[in-house]
Design a binder for this molecule. Structure first.
Ligand SMILES: *Cc1c(COP(=O)(O)O)cnc(C)c1O
Length: 378
């Protein structure tokens, strides 16, 4: 590169910034971690119970069961709902692989339906069409992708007609609301991940299942803990998938900040919307009556790769969620789908770009992103 091709001086804008988040609550985190170590409450114990109670209350649900990660939350929920060998479970191909992996892990078969191009969540019309062709379907697994709730009214209605259980993949939507209610409490079971980069993230892996059905809660808890309700009494073959004390204590500290952090995500999303609405980009929309929590701020353009490259040269880090839909991944080749089966998901995989969005962005950084996008678009 010669001098004349040097990029414009840039301000570094990371895609996410976990250290800024942790600086904000460092003293409380330290105290919480020390307390876990002092009490040796590493697995089970009061920190896990306290977090489970707090998170159930936050989700406006009766029960929360801490588990090892979000993938296990999905897998254990499917098992608890009675999904097993050969059953069909409907989900979308435009999501993180874990959604469909969990279906595979219980021996069931993912049936994909396309997404809605505005919300990126399951298209209820596509679901309806599928349910007319394929029955029985044991469960429906909508994903509240990027923090925007799926259309739960339509999905729950269709599920009820089909006799299918609704299990929400809320791994990207902690705190989001649909018609006033928190996601995770809208289906029979709601699944959360506390992977560090999620809206509510731990200091490692973690997850939870939320439900208001005492029987399902009991079943998930049994499955997650070697099938034992009491020590050394094993009523079924379970797993070892528990939320540990360190994660629970850290999550309790961060849960107190979640609404504030989500509000800041929404603030920056509004700013992007204001400054980018007259560009050629398709910006994220919000359906009526939802509270979108912007786990990611995903824009769409046919010149996606060029935009990513332009922003990268200006120190702005973007990401692809997700570059390949699941029905075209080798892992799911045996399902027999081909290119063209889900045109919306396929177009999104080609055209979507995640701009930096997290609660700890600065005004200056957001300004720099907007200026740069506008310059590229001009
Ligand atoms: C993160 C995520 C998961 C899996 O969570 P892990 O904790 O990483 O296992 C599942 N589904 C979606 C949509 C996710 O974003």
């Amino acid at each position: 590169m010669n001098d004349s091709s040097l990029p414009t001086p840039s301000l570094h804008v990371p895609q996410i910034d976990l250290s800024a988040q942790h600086r904000e609550c460092e003293a409380a985190l330290q105290a919480a971690l020390v307390a876990v170590v002092r009490e040796s409450a590493f697995v089970h114990g009061r920190f896990v119970r306290e977090f489970e109670e707090a998170f159930a209350a936050y989700c406006e649900a009766q029960f929360c069961v801490g588990v090892g990660n979000g993938t296990d939350a999905l897998m254990l929920s499917l098992r608890a709902a009675g999904v097993g060998q050969g059953d069909a479970v409907v989900t979308t191909p435009f999501t993180f692989a874990a959604t469909a992996e969990a279906i595979g892990h219980v021996g069931a078969r993912p049936l994909f339906v396309d997404i809605d191009p505005q919300s990126y969540a399951m298209d209820p019309l596509a679901l309806e069409a599928l349910l007319q062709r394929c029955q029985p379907v044991k469960a429906i697994l909508p994903v509240h992708l990027f923090g925007h709730p799926a259309d739960m009214k339509q999905i729950r209605g269709l599920a009820a007609q089909a006799g299918a259980t609704v299990i929400e993949d809320a791994c990207q939507a902690h705190g989001a609301r649909w018609q006033g209610q928190r996601v995770g409490a809208l289906g029979a079971l709601g699944c959360f991940s506390f992977y560090p980069t999620k809206n509510l993230g731990g200091l490692g892996d973690g997850g939870a299942v939320v439900t208001s059905d005492p029987e399902l809660a009991r079943h998930v808890r049994l499955l997650a803990d070697h099938g034992q309700a009491r020590k050394y009494e094993h009523s079924l073959i379970g797993w070892n998938s528990r939320l540990d004390g360190i994660q629970a204590a850290a999550l309790t500290v961060k849960l107190a900040q979640l609404d504030e952090w989500n509000a800041r995500r929404r603030h920056w999303a509004t700013e992007y919307q204001r400054q980018l609405c007259d560009t050629s980009l398709q910006l994220p929309g919000e359906s009526p009556n939802v509270l979108h929590v912007y786990h990611l701020y995903v824009v769409r353009t046919p010149r996606r790769d060029a935009l990513a490259e332009f922003l990268c040269q200006r120190g702005i880090m973007t990401a692809l969620h997700y570059p390949q839909p699941l029905h075209l991944q080798p892992a799911f080749a045996a399902l027999g789908y081909c290119a063209g089966d889900f045109p919306v998901a396929e177009a999104c995989a080609r055209e979507c770009l995640s701009l930096p969005l997290h609660p700890h962005l600065s005004e200056e950084q957001v300004q720099w992103v907007c200026e740069s996008v506008r310059e590229w678009d001009a």
